[in-house]
Design a protein around this ligand. Structure first.
Ligand code: PMP
Length: 427
């Protein structure tokens, strides 16, 4: 690839460049590939790391002598909560070990806020004329879909390297009491990879909000999912909020979906003691107790907090080479051309690729026609609409390394062709 920015090429040079890309794309289509970079799923090799789970638990009694095969224990198995409380830096009493999905837990909390209100709500949220959430973008599509599902308005703020633009958030929440909450993926964000710093978290924890019951849905899905030895430490949102006199503001979520089994792990909620009691109060009407057999299985599998950390190192060994490959191909093919930028995440499951404005949907279309499934352009924005049509979320964990290489070469080819087309149209 040339290292002159494409936008600086003279018209005949641009035509030569465009011709080169059309040829490369035609060759790509000839290959008849069938590859998929759409969803952040663990690879089979990662799932194999937890194969031992299928033979657990040994016995059926927890540390306190309770038979886990029976009803009860709404807050979850104590020894599993002890392990994850240490990892999440919370008191075990402030942690709930729940079912198989943190997304479900978030949905439950949102529904309870709508139907009943929170511990600090003047009335159920559903009785408000309008509810608005602040959404850092790019962000997680399922968060946005859930808000849309409940008719909750979304306003966006930029996600930056150090977390959401906290000043922009502070302005949005200051005067408008309809702004009831925000979502954050604080550690190795989906898809931007950014890590919310302690400073940004402190600002969000302490900012004045017109709504007395403002909630931060702190979705720490990738808290332990490091890709390098430079391990990010999650900001301690619960302590920060407590210190700021707003202890009930954060609801912290995590799960083992990308630690053990996706969809067959354990989800966690951490919050103020009052929020925990609030949640358990509502949960008690929905359930007699969680799947303690799965809790015990997980507690035995990990053994300790260090057991979780050690397990995450094995994940890293499987997926770090795939991220390195994404970086290698993108930098070899696209660096210096002025048509793309991308993240170099130190953890999590995604690379966020920004292409030339107005070309993301074209890149996804070109890729699709060449047999490569990419996440729809705009997926990381509320209502699926990226105002710049520039962002593409790449998820390299699931395919094997050779497929990551082939898919990324194809993505680069599509990015180049879409850029050439767009620049030629602009003349
Ligand atoms: N939050 C984020 C940010 C995610 O990326 C995902 C999985 N893609 C989830 C939540 C879903 O987690 P769970 O399996 O615990 O429902």
């Amino acid at each position: 690839a040339s290292h002159t920015p494409v936008a600086e090429l003279a018209p005949e040079q641009l035509e030569a460049f465009a011709q080169e890309q059309r040829t490369a794309y035609a060759a790509l289509r000839e290959k008849g590939l069938k590859l998929d970079l759409t969803r952040g799923k663990p690879a089979p090799a990662q799932l194999d790391l937890a194969e031992e789970l299928l033979a657990l638990p040994h016995g059926h009694v927890d540390a306190s002598g309770t038979d886990v095969r029976n009803y009860g224990g709404l807050q979850g198995l104590a020894e599993l909560r002890a392990i994850f409380a240490e990892l999440l830096h919370v008191e075990p009493s402030q942690l709930v070990a729940a079912g198989n999905s943190s997304l479900t837990l978030m949905h439950d909390c949102l529904v309870d806020l709508l139907l009943h209100g929170g511990v600090d709500s003047p009335r159920p949220w559903s009785q408000e004329e309008k509810i608005t959430f602040v959404c850092p973008v790019p962000g997680y599509d399922r968060h946005f879909a859930m808000l849309e599902h409940f008719g909750i308005d979304m306003v966006t703020v930029p996600m930056r390297e150090d977390g959401p633009d906290a000043e922009a958030v502070a302005r949005l929440v200051a005067d408008d009491p309809s702004v009831k909450g925000m979502w954050i993926v604080p550690t190795y964000a989906n898809p931007a990879g950014s890590v919310t710093t302690q400073e940004v978290a402190a600002r969000l924890a302490s900012m004045e909000t017109a709504a007395p019951d403002f909630k931060i849905f702190w979705d720490n899905a990738y808290a332990f999912h490091h890709l390098t030895a430079d391990e990010a430490k999650s900001a301690d949102i619960l302590s920060l909020a407590s210190a700021a006199g707003k202890p009930h503001r954060p609801l912290v979520f995590a799960s083992t979906s990308k630690i053990t089994y996706a969809g067959a792990g354990v989800a966690f909620l951490a919050a103020s003691p009052e929020n925990v009691a609030w949640h358990l109060g509502h949960l008690g009407k929905r359930s007699i107790g969680p799947d303690k057999v799965n809790h015990l299985r997980h507690a035995q599998f990990f053994g300790s907090a260090q057991g979780v950390r050690d397990h995450m190192v094995r994940h890293r060994e499987v997926i770090a080479p795939k991220f390195a490959e994404v970086e290698r191909v993108l930098s070899e093919r696209l660096d210096g051309l002025g048509i793309a930028s991308w993240t170099r995440p130190k953890g999590g499951y995604f690379v966020s690729l920004d292409v030339l404005d107005g070309t993301a949907s074209r890149v996804v279309e070109l890729a699709k026609d060449a047999g490569i499934a990419l996440t729809p352009a705009g997926a990381s924005f509320p209502y699926g609409k990226d105002p710049g049509d520039r962002n593409i979320r790449l998820a390299p964990t699931f395919p094997v390394l050779a497929e990551v290489t082939a898919a990324m070469e194809a993505v680069a080819t599509c990015v180049l062709l879409a850029a050439a087309e767009s620049l030629q149209r602009r003349g």
